[in-house]
Design a protein around this ligand. Structure first.
Ligand SMILES: *Cc1c(COP(=O)(O)O)cnc(C)c1O
Length: 378
């Protein structure tokens, strides 16, 4: 099977984990701090707070901004389901915004169309690592007094106008799940420009504790609990892997971009598919190579599903592309306006294998198998 993704681990990660085990401090310790410092530097953020996943990070981001029950949160339906679930975890009502026809991201216009008089926050996703057209969205949120949260789960290593995604964001959330460009197994982080929120987030991720374990350890002071919180801690075993992974990020992104460009070249004359492309001016981390399979007149998604079955039967680990929450049983009954672009992307999108060790021969096999599948009539 040619897998969709393979983590890039070397002896450095193994040694780093062994070292943490040797010290005996395995949760929320010095490695987590080191990981946060390295991540903040990479993103160009004032503060980074490591958590157990991006989903946990999105939940905390909403909570720290004071968004909760009674509030509407605008989210793209077209995203990994965690974006919508995080709004639900915070007790808010997710309101689905559509995405653009030419890029699977929300825009200021689609967000404005989803706005209600209870809207107090927007979670805008940099889908597949493709940077949002963010400035007009930030302007809209500012004008209407709503908080903007960047779901940058997939976007570590992507640049927009030369700046890392997340830089300057009030709240941006990253994921280190193995499906993303670098991984800590499970893991996430929030970056923020607000020192007051950073301090509260450090408490909220560990039961609302108001003093860090490292400080307690050194000063002998006892902790107190100023407000209720969650257990969303990252372990030092994960953070140790993360520190090494961040060092690898530039090489991983460079390789992914080259592989994506190679797929583009191999598919150039294939009119039955349209590979997704980032907006002009964006430097994309190529987190997922996703394309749209042109419909053939059958029911929505039927041709894509047929192509997917053909690829999987020949050991090509392709997957359906981006899902739309409003089409999933969990959120099917959520009221929403028309979402035509989300419907189309959800029915047509297909992700091809793209991992660090993918060979030229494998890429050619994937494309030949895809062409074979496309040539088949229903
Ligand atoms: C992967 C992903 C998440 C969730 O990340 P976890 O770390 O697995 O919780 C959230 N949003 C988007 C857009 C994602 O792709």
């Amino acid at each position: 099977m040619i897998p969709i993704i393979v983590p890039v681990f070397g002896p450095e990660e193994t040694a780093a984990v062994a070292e943490v085990m040797r010290t005996g401090w395995v949760v929320q310790g010095p490695k987590v701090k080191q990981f946060e410092t390295a991540l903040a530097a990479l993103v160009g953020a004032d503060q980074a707070i490591a958590v157990s996943s991006a989903t946990a990070g999105l939940h905390l981001a909403l909570h720290v901004a004071g968004i909760g029950p009674g509030d509407d949160v605008v989210v793209p339906s077209l995203s990994f389901i965690a974006t919508t679930n995080a709004a639900w975890m915070a007790g808010t009502n997710p309101v689905f915004a559509d995405v653009a026809p030419d890029c699977p991201n929300v825009t200021a216009e689609t967000i404005a169309r989803a706005w209600t008089d209870r809207t107090r926050a927007v979670i805008a996703v940099h889908q597949l690592g493709m940077p949002l057209d963010r400035a007009p969205i930030a302007e809209l949120c500012k004008a209407r007094g709503a908080v903007l949260i960047d779901d940058a789960a997939c976007a570590l290593g992507s640049l927009c106008a030369g700046e890392p995604v997340g830089k300057g964001a009030e709240l941006a959330v990253f994921s280190f799940h193995p499906r993303k460009v670098v991984t800590t197994g499970e893991g996430g982080a929030i970056t923020t420009t607000r020192a007051d929120w950073a301090e509260r987030l450090r408490g909220l991720r560990q039961h609302g504790m108001s003093i860090a374990p490292a400080e307690r350890h050194h000063s002998g002071a006892s902790e107190s609990y100023a407000e209720p919180g969650w257990n969303y801690r990252m372990t030092d075993l994960q953070a140790a892997v993360g520190v090494e992974q961040l060092k690898r990020l530039p090489a991983i992104v460079e390789r992914r971009r080259a592989l994506a460009a190679h797929y583009d070249a191999l598919l150039q004359d294939c009119w039955d598919v349209a590979p997704m492309q980032p907006r002009a001016g964006a430097a994309w981390n190529a987190q997922t190579y996703c394309l749209c399979v042109m419909p053939d007149g059958g029911p929505p998604g039927s041709r894509r599903d047929r192509v997917l079955r053909h690829l999987n039967a020949r050991d090509v680990g392709a997957r359906r592309g981006i899902l739309a929450a409003h089409l999933e049983p969990a959120w099917r009954n959520q009221p929403h306006g028309p979402l035509p672009c989300s419907d189309a992307w959800a029915a047509q999108s297909l992700a091809l294998p793209l991992h660090h060790y993918l060979t030229d021969e494998e890429q050619r096999f994937v494309v030949a198998t895809l062409r074979e599948a496309l040539a088949q009539v229903a």
